[in-house]
Design a protein. Structure first.
Length: 239
């Protein structure tokens, strides 16, 4: 039987992974549960692992697989298919050859998969010039783009988001939108020409673009200098 805090943390992790495909940071977990220190989060995660609800994956920053949920949270991870546990922070591995991008750069249905255009590289580090032309396509599970709106993919360049489970060379799946909530990982266009992948927070008339790597500082920019172009909904990693 889980304590109230253990249940709250498991629910928070499950909902964040379902919504964004990447884990919340330890700071976000601490804030969500109103705890004073990260050590409390570590203890809760250890307790959940010992009870068989989650599994931490080695050699990945905060990578957690949700094995099961208690009856109070529905009995299985949100989004799990066919009763199989959903891999919480584990990227989906997609194999297949690259094909030419369609001229209109719109998703093409292929069986249970979807072909998305890869619209170039996105910086997870120092912002790079925005690229808006499709270079090739990538196949993703249809469930990854089940929500409304146009979707596209970008190749990650840099390591500023590694603590959110996003590595250099990964492909991120983005739902096109100009709106974002605090805490969302977004594609942000800075000053009209630099594109970057960061966690978004609005603070009054300023926008904070937060890295998930202590080696990078948070960028604070006036609202007028930042345009949200999409929100992260999935991650693809190949080996």
């Amino acid at each position: 039987m889980l304590t109230r805090k253990q249940l709250e943390l498991l629910d928070f992790i499950n909902k964040r992974v379902t919504r964004e495909g990447v884990p919340p940071s330890f700071d976000e977990m601490k804030e969500a549960l109103s705890l004073r220190s990260k050590s409390g989060i570590h203890r809760l995660i250890t307790a959940l692992e010992e009870r068989g609800f989650i599994r931490r994956l080695a050699h990945r920053a905060r990578a957690i697989e949700i094995i099961k949920l208690p009856d109070a949270l529905g009995g299985m991870p949100t989004g799990a298919m066919g009763g199989a546990p959903m891999a919480g922070f584990t990227p989906q591995l997609i194999k297949g050859d690259k094909v030419d991008a369609p001229r209109d750069a719109m998703p093409v249905m292929i069986g249970h998969a979807v072909e998305l255009p890869v619209m170039g590289r996105i910086a997870a580090g120092t912002p790079i010039e925005a690229i808006s032309e499709a270079s090739h396509n990538v196949s993703v599970p249809g469930g990854m783009v089940a929500g409304q709106g146009h979707h596209y993919a970008l190749e990650v360049k840099g390591d500023s988001m590694i603590d959110a489970g996003i590595n250099d060379g990964d492909v991120v799946v983005i739902r096109e939108t100009s709106a974002a909530d605090n805490g969302d990982i977004v594609v942000a266009l800075v000053e009209g020409h630099e594109a970057t992948l960061k966690r978004y927070r609005r603070k009054g008339d300023m926008i904070a673009l937060e890295a998930a790597n202590p080696a990078y500082e948070t960028r604070m920019l006036p609202v007028g200098q930042v345009k949200v172009q999409g929100r992260l909904v999935g991650l693809i990693r190949t080996y």
